[in-house]
Ligand binder design. Structure first.
Ligand SMILES: [Zn+2]
Length: 762
C-alpha cells in the first residue's frame, strides 16, 4: 500500500487501477471502474522538493489546450514539444529559447507532475474581499439561542479583517439586517414574509436599492459594475473590522422568534425563503466573487416553498420508509426548490454552508443538493451547545496549522488520452455542461461535461472521477510495446485564500495492459483501499438515483466477480481458493460497506444519511476507509499501541481501546485500567508507565480531533462504568457504555439498543 500512498503524496491522487485494463471489455471485467480519487488542492508539506508555484502562465498545446508537462517529448534542438494527449507538435515561445537538456523549466522536471501557476494577475483581483452572509434561525429555545450567539460572536472575532459580512435572521419572517447604518442609532431591518418566495427584483426594490440610483431599464443587475451603487451594497455587506460592534449588538438583541406556537404545532420556520433571499442579495451585490452563505438551522422548515413537514405535530417528519414508498408529501417540492437554488448559487459562484443543530431533522436531505453542488461545508449536531458544532465553527474561521484552506471560484477540467472518456464526477462540484469528445454517454454523478464548477473547495475536498475505456480491440503486441501509456491531466483554477487566482496542474501517466497474461499486472497495480472508497461512493450514488436499486445484491455480485476474475482456484475445489495479498482486505471492506451507514440507511434518519454521504463524497481515501471500516487501536503494558481486530475479543480488562469510526471517536478503558485510574495511580511517581499508558490514546485522539472536519464526537468511557464525569467533553449518558462499544464492534451501524450508536452516546 505504501507505493500508492507515495503517489498520493506527490499528486493527491489514488486510483483503484494503477495498471489500467486497456480495452472496454477488459475494463468491464475488472468490475471496479477505472477511476481516481483526486484532492485538487491538497496541501503538500513545504520542503526542498515541494510543489513549486510558478510566477508565469502555462504553455498550452495549440490543439487540445492541455498544458506542458513532464510527459511531453521535447526536441531541444528544434525547440518543439509534443503533446502526449493529441501528439500535436508545438513550438516553444521565444522566452523558452534557452531550454536544454540540463536547463529545464520546472514544469518539465520529472518529479513535478503536480505544479501550480500563479501568473501575475490584475492587482485589483487580489483585493476582492471574502464575503460571509450569516443566515440565522431564531425559532429555537432560549438556551440554544445563547449557545448559538456565543458561537457566532466567536466566529465574528475570527473573521479576516478585510472580509465583508452580512446578516439575515429568520423564523416566521425573514429579516435582512442593515449593518452599515451610517450613523443610525438603531440598526434597521427589512422584513419579508416567510411563506412566499421573493424574486430578486422585488427584493432589491424593497431594500431600497434604487432610491439614489434608478433601476437600469435593461440588462442584469450585477454588482457595482452593473447598476448598483456601492453605498447601497455597503448597507448590507460591511467590512468585518467596521461592523464588529454593530453585529455583536444586533446578535445580543436577537430574540427568539416572538410568534406564539400552539402546543400541538411546530414553529413556523421559513428556511428556504431565508436562503433564497440570501442568495439573491449576494447575487445582486457580489456576483462572481467568493461568497459563502453560512446557514445556522435549529429545526425543520415548516413554512414557504421548501417546507419539509407541516406545522402540525401529528404529522411526523419523513423517514427513509416514507421516501422509499414515495409518501413524503413535501420532499420532492423542497428538493426541487433547493435544486433551483443550487443552480442560482453555482451561476453566481457562491457557496452554501449548513450548520444543522437540532434533535429533530431540519431538512439536510433536501438541502444536500445545494450544499454539495456549491462545495459547501456541512456540520450536523444535536445542539448549538455541542462540541461538534462549537469546535467545527471555530475551525472554519481558524487560521494557522489546521486551517481548512477554504478557497473559492474553482473550475476543474480534465484532459485524457483519446481511448479514455469521462463518465462523471461524484463529489462536491457542479457540471459546467462543457460537452465534447471526452464525454462518455454513460453518465455517473455530474457527467456529460469535461469542466466542473467548484464554488467552494478546500484542502480536503476530494473528487471521485469515473472513466470509461473505449478502445475496442486488443492492439497487436508490437504497437503495445511502444505506446502503452495512458495520460490524464487534471486542471484546477481557483482563488487561493490569499486572493490570487491559481492553476494547479496534475499530469498522470499509467501503463495499460490487455489480453492474456494481463491479470498479474492488474493485480500488481490494484489499490484496494481506493477501490473500496470508489465502490462506497458509487453504491451511495446509485441508492439515491436508481429507484429499484438493491445495494447488497450489487455489492455481492461485484465481490463475486472480482474474486472469480482475480482469485486463484481450481475448478470445483473451494478450498483451493486464494487471493493475492493485493486483494486480501478488499472482501473485508465490502463486508463492512454492506453494514455501513451508507448502505444500511434504515438505522438512520434521511438527514443523517445525507450528512454521512456528503462527508464521504468529499473526503480522501484514508478518511473514507475509516468511515467504511472503523479503526481500533489497543494500548496495553504488553506492547506498544497496535491495531486490534474489530471484535468483542479486543476488549480486555487491562487494555485501553481507541475506536475511530470517523464521526465518533471512543476511548474505552478496560475495567482494571479504570480501577487504577480511579485509585489515582497515574498521579504517583512510581507509576509513571501507567500515566503514559493512560495518556497515549488521549494524545492520539487529540491528533484526530485536530485534523478532522467536522470535528468528531469524542466519547470517553469505562468497561462496566456508566460514565466518567470529570473528563473533558464527556456527554451525560445512561446505561453502560461498554455495551455500545460492543454493539459497535459487533455490528457497526446496527440498531441493537433501538438507536444508532451515535444517538446513544449523546
Ligand atoms: Zn494536445
Amino acid at each position: 500500500m505504501t507505493e500508492f500512498m507515495d503517489l498520493e503524496a506527490q499528486d493527491g491522487v489514488r486510483m483503484p487501477w494503477n495498471v489500467i485494463p486497456g480495452t472496454k471489455q477488459e475494463a468491464s471485467n475488472c468490475v471496479v471502474p477505472v477511476s481516481a480519487i483526486y484532492t485538487p488542492i491538497k496541501a503538500f508539506p513545504v520542503n526542498n522538493n515541494s510543489m513549486p508555484i510558478l510566477p508565469y502562465a502555462p504553455l498550452r498545446c495549440r490543439t487540445c489546450r492541455s498544458i506542458l508537462n513532464p510527459f511531453s517529448i521535447v526536441d531541444f534542438a528544434a525547440k518543439i514539444w509534443i503533446c502526449p494527449f493529441c501528439f500535436q507538435r508545438n513550438h516553444f515561445p521565444p522566452h523558452y529559447a534557452s531550454i536544454t537538456d540540463d536547463n529545464l523549466p520546472a514544469e518539465l522536471f520529472p518529479q513535478y507532475t503536480t505544479i501550480e501557476y500563479e501568473p501575475p494577475g490584475p492587482g485589483e483581483k487580489s483585493s476582492v474581499p471574502p464575503v460571509f452572509m450569516f443566515v440565522v434561525d431564531t425559532c429555537i429555545i432560549e438556551e440554544e439561542m445563547s449557545f448559538l450567539k456565543s458561537a457566532l460572536s466567536q466566529a465574528i472575532d475570527l473573521l479576516p479583517d478585510n472580509s465583508l459580512v452580512g446578516l439575515i435572521t429568520f423564523g416566521t419572517l425573514v429579516q435582512v439586517h442593515e449593518l452599515g447604518g451610517f450613523g443610525q442609532i438603531i440598526p434597521k431591518t427589512y422584513v419579508f414574509k416567510g411563506s412566499k418566495d421573493v424574486s430578486k427584483d422585488q427584493l432589491l426594490e424593497q431594500l431600497n436599492f434604487f432610491i439614489k440610483k434608478p433601476k437600469p431599464s435593461t440588462g442584469v443587475i450585477a454588482g457595482v459594475r452593473d447598476g448598483l451603487s456601492s453605498d447601497t451594497i455597503a448597507r448590507f455587506l460591511v467590512p468585518a473590522f467596521d461592523c464588529e460592534f454593530t453585529l455583536n449588538s444586533v446578535l445580543e438583541e436577537l430574540q427568539k422568534d416572538p410568534w406564539p406556537v400552539p402546543p400541538d404545532q411546530r414553529s413556523t420556520r421559513c428556511t428556504g425563503t431565508a436562503l433564497s433571499i440570501a442568495a439573491s442579495l449576494l447575487g445582486a451585490c457580489v456576483p462572481g466573487s467568493g461568497a459563502r452563505i453560512l446557514a445556522f438551522v435549529g429545526g425543520p422548515s415548516t413554512e414557504g416553498p421548501a417546507a419539509i413537514v407541516s406545522k402540525n405535530l401529528s404529522e411526523p417528519i419523513r423517514s427513509h420508509k416514507d421516501l422509499d414508498k414515495d409518501s413524503a408529501p413535501h420532499y420532492h417540492k423542497a428538493v426541487k426548490f433547493y435544486d433551483a437554488l443550487s443552480k442560482q448559487l453555482v451561476h453566481q459562484g457562491h457557496v452554501l454552508d449548513l450548520f444543522a443543530c437540532a434533535l429533530d431533522q431540519v431538512g439536510v436531505a433536501e438541502l444536500k443538493v445545494a450544499v454539495e453542488k456549491t462545495g459547501g461545508l456541512v456540520v450536523l449536531s444535536d445542539s448549538f451547545g455541542h462540541a461538534v458544532f462549537k469546535d467545527s465553527v471555530r475551525r472554519v474561521f481558524h487560521s494557522g496549522d489546521y486551517d481548512l484552506g477554504l478557497s473559492s471560484n474553482g473550475i476543474f477540467e480534465i484532459n485524457c488520452s483519446k481511448d479514455i472518456k469521462v463518465q462523471g464526477i461524484i463529489g462536491p462540484c457542479a457540471s459546467l455542461e462543457k460537452k465534447g469528445p471526452l464525454c462518455s454517454d454513460a453518465v455517473v454523478g455530474q457527467g456529460n461535461t469535461s469542466a466542473w464548477k467548484m464554488c467552494g473547495l478546500d484542502k480536503a475536498t476530494s473528487l471521485c472521477l469515473v472513466f470509461e475505456i473505449v478502445k475496442k480491440e486488443i492492439p497487436d503486441a508490437t504497437l503495445q510495446s511502444t505506446n502503452n501509456q495512458f495520460y490524464f491531466q487534471f486542471l484546477t483554477y481557483y482563488q487561493h485564500n490569499c486572493g490570487q487566482m491559481r492553476l494547479r496542474v496534475t499530469t498522470l501517466s499509467r501503463r495499460w495492459v490487455a489480453g492474456p497474461g494481463s491479470v498479474q499486472d492488474l493485480i500488481a497495480g490494484f489499490d484496494q483501499e481506493a477501490a473500496a472508497v470508489v465502490m462506497a461512493r458509487l453504491v451511495s450514488f446509485k441508492m439515491e438515483i436508481e429507484a429499484e436499486f438493491d445495494p447488497i445484491r450489487w455489492l455481492d455480485k461485484a465481490l463475486i466477480h472480482m474474486c472469480s476474475r482475480f482469485g486463484d482456484y481450481q475448478k470445483d475445489s473451494p478450498s483451493s481458493f486464494s487471493l493475492s495479498p493485493r486483494f486480501s482486505i478488499f472482501p473485508q471492506f465490502m463486508f463492512h460497506l454492506r453494514r455501513s451507514q451508507f448502505v444500511q440507511v434504515f438505522n438512520n434518519s434521511p438527514d443523517e444519511t445525507a450528512y454521512f454521504r456528503m462527508i464521504l463524497n468529499r473526503e480522501n481515501v484514508t478518511n473514507s476507509v475509516v468511515m467504511i471500516q472503523p479503526s481500533l487501536i489497543s494500548y496495553s503494558f504488553h506492547s506498544g499501541p497496535e491495531p486490534a481486530l474489530l471484535d468483542v475479543a479486543a476488549i480486555a480488562a487491562d487494555r485501553i481501546l481507541l475506536l475511530d469510526s470517523y464521526f465518533t471517536v471512543v476511548i474505552f478503558h478496560g475495567a482494571t485500567i479504570a480501577q487504577w485510574r480511579k485509585a489515582g495511580y497515574h498521579n504517583q511517581p512510581e507509576h509513571q508507565a501507567f500515566a503514559q499508558l493512560l495518556q497515549a490514546p488521549h494524545d492520539d485522539a487529540g491528533v484526530i480531533m485536530k485534523e478532522r472536519f467536522p470535528v468528531p464526537r469524542l466519547v470517553i468511557c469505562d468497561q462496566h462504568g456508566s460514565q466518567v464525569g470529570s473528563y473533558h467533553n464527556v456527554q451525560q449518558m445512561g446505561g453502560s457504555l461498554w455495551m455500545i462499544v460492543v454493539c459497535y464492534l459487533l455490528s457497526p451501524g446496527k440498531d441493537i439498543l433501538g438507536h444508532s450508536p451515535m444517538d446513544v452516546c449523546t
